[in-house]
Design a protein around this ligand. Sequence first.
Ligand SMILES: Nc1ncnc2c1ncn2[C@@H]1O[C@H](COP(=O)(O)OP(=O)(O)OP(=O)(O)O)[C@@H](O)[C@H]1O
Length: 286
Amino acid sequence: MNAIQIKNVSKQYKDVMALDDVSFSFEYGKIYGFLGRNGAGKSTLINIIANRIFADSGEILIDNDLAKENMNVHEKIFCMSEVDLYDTSLKIKDHFKWIEKFYNSFNKEKAFEIAEKFNLDTNKRFKALSKGYQSIFKLTVALAIDVPYVIFDEPVLGLDANHRELFYNLLLKDYEESENTIIIATHLIEEVANIIEEVVLIDKGKVLLQSNVDSLLEMGYSVSGPASEVDAYCIDKNVIGDDELGNLKIAYIIGKKTQLSKESHLSFANMNLQKLFVKLTEKGGN
Ligand SMILES: Nc1ncnc2c1ncn2[C@@H]1O[C@H](COP(=O)(O)OP(=O)(O)OP(=O)(O)O)[C@@H](O)[C@H]1O
């Protein structure tokens, strides 16, 4: 079922076409990776879905209702983004009290529980938090709001590895319990590869690819071993990238695996999705 339908949406900033006739749908109850390089148009589309800015043309439907300036629709969506919408001089615990007044679906007790898991000091003022903890506060709010559509724009920027893992674990636990639609916009595919089911890849304002993760992984594979053997194996293959460490090499290949000889020292593994995306979006330079 199509939950969020994006129909022919365009948005131009002076000479930049941030979104160019974009059409696709986010289906109900899935976790999406909304991917693209810096400046691809991810935040622009999210801000249009969240009614923070308006498209020049096209429309967004949410559960078949037009989203533009429609409060009924927007009670179904929460968007955690980098934009600071919070009063920076307020203490975190007071933010939770305010948010509870504005959002029926905000569970304050749950927010305090999540804050404790992250060791977020709720007696501190927002402006006194480190950059990482400011992000954690915003994630905490998003995780404590139970709406059908939750959008995260670069959620783990500034978080250390432990806090990233904690965030992903909490997100997955919520998802399993609620089956809400979750959209994670990021340029770090490998970060989210283990938790997302579907990928929408956007580049220069256009959708390049929409696929489920399993199909993407089936597009190719990686081969590793002694550099000279990897090079020999790759001669007639579609290699999209490689990494070397001393005499060892790993190459990323699009296509089907071919049989290795018994004497071979090579081994196969999954495609690296980040390499695949770099390849798919590399035309046009940096
Ligand atoms: N308010 C604005 N004024 C002018 N240009 C803008 C504005 N907002 C976005 N753009 C431009 O539109 C394009 C898309 O930007 P957008 O922020 O949507 O990309 P993004 O995919 O979210 O990138 P990032 O991962 O770097 O956040 C970029 O070229 C950007 O410079």
